[in-house]
Design a protein around this ligand. Structure first.
Ligand SMILES: NC(=O)c1ccc[n+]([C@@H]2O[C@H](COP(=O)([O-])OP(=O)(O)OC[C@H]3O[C@@H](n4cnc5c(N)ncnc54)[C@H](OP(=O)(O)O)[C@@H]3O)[C@@H](O)[C@H]2O)c1
Length: 302
């Protein structure tokens, strides 16, 4: 069953100019799925119809989208019939089994799980960094790990300016996130930044913060780096805000980025342990840039 939308004026105008899409969300009842609905609505994504999918446990529940109540349907092999884009957000096992079913039904899958991220033929995309990779998709695009996404939002612009050689990082992850595998930052970072030599030594820790991840990064660069030049680069980076006034107690905090699209970077210092070293602290909402927002941005590229 589909829900069809006639919604706010701005959204209607956008849908008139653009094709509107048949969208499905697998895992619609969980934190990332719920955030996906809010992001699709907030960004006036051209949704023609929306199908919310969960397990048998949730069949019959309903959620609001653009002033309509939409029932959740149980996931089946027919869930992707007549769907253009499907967001997978129900964990690895569901993605492993149903992404191929969605591709078979000619839906484009955007997958939040880690199952397909390192497959060579699957683009792994952060739109601010490697949007062009999305063009070579074959029906599936992977969304990066949440801590990797938040870190690379600050590391990549610095890499463009100074050439990153290696990083040491410690993540402070919110309880609403899931997973802590520490090799993801190196492996996914190499693929997203097209930087096969990139080395990352990472320690992930779960902290008593409800929402938003933070990462302390020590990075070594090929070229000399000054704090002033690094601040200039970071201040101009898309999707990122420089919050770096320690004298006024202003620096990125999970509390200030929770519910916010942009990541924040601050505490930018020379790292004396490296020749061309820089330390910084980056915070970002792992349900938004680390999941739902990035997934919708990928859909917007399509
Ligand atoms: N949480 C985060 O901060 C975060 C951040 C970035 C990425 N991610 C990734 O995003 C994905 C979603 O994470 P999440 O924390 O929102 O949810 P989750 O706990 O990984 O998954 C729960 C969702 O999966 C559905 N589900 C479970 N078994 C199912 C089945 N047999 N058939 C159909 N649906 C089934 C659940 O539906 P029911 O309610 O019906 O059981 C629910 O909607 C995961 O791959 C996760 O690794 C999570």
């Amino acid at each position: 069953m589909f829900a069809t939308f006639a919604s706010n004026e701005a959204g209607d105008r956008i849908r008139l100019l653009m094709k509107a899409y048949h969208i499905a969300v697998v895992g619609a009842t969980a934190p990332v799925g719920q955030e996906l609905l809010r992001v699709l609505e907030r960004r006036s994504f051209p949704v023609s119809t929306l199908r919310l999918i969960g397990s048998a446990r949730s069949a019959g529940k309903s959620f609001r989208f653009r002033d309509q109540s939409i029932p959740v349907q149980e996931l089946t092999d027919r869930s992707f019939d007549e769907i253009d884009i499907v967001f997978f957000s129900a964990g690895g096992e569901i993605s492993r089994k149903y992404v191929p079913v969605a591709c078979q039904a000619e839906a484009i899958a955007i997958d939040n799980s880690s199952v397909f991220r390192m497959e060579p033929h699957v683009p792994l995309v952060i739109p601010e960094i490697n949007a062009e990779d999305a063009r070579r998709h074959r029906g599936l695009i992977a969304n990066p790990n949440c801590t990797t996404a938040v870190t690379l939002m600050a590391l990549y612009p610095l890499h463009r300016a100074f050439g990153v050689r290696r990083t040491f990082a410690a993540s402070y992850q919110a309880v609403s996130g899931s997973g802590a595998e520490e090799m993801k930052m190196q492996n996914e970072g190499r693929k997203i930044m097209h930087l096969p030599e990139f080395r990352a030594s990472v320690t992930c820790v779960r902290v008593p913060v409800y929402r938003a991840h933070s990462v302390a990064v020590n990075a070594e660069f090929e070229r000399p780096v000054s704090v002033e030049h690094a601040r200039e680069v970071l201040a101009k980076a898309p999707g990122l805000e420089l919050v770096d006034e320690p004298q006024n107690n202003r620096y990125p905090m999970p509390l200030s980025v929770a519910g916010k699209d942009n990541c924040e970077v601050g505490r930018v210092r020379v790292d004396c342990a490296f020749e061309n070293g820089l330390s910084f602290w980056v915070s970002g909402d792992q349900l938004l840039k680390g999941a739902a927002l990035n997934a919708v941005q990928i859909a917007e590229l399509l």
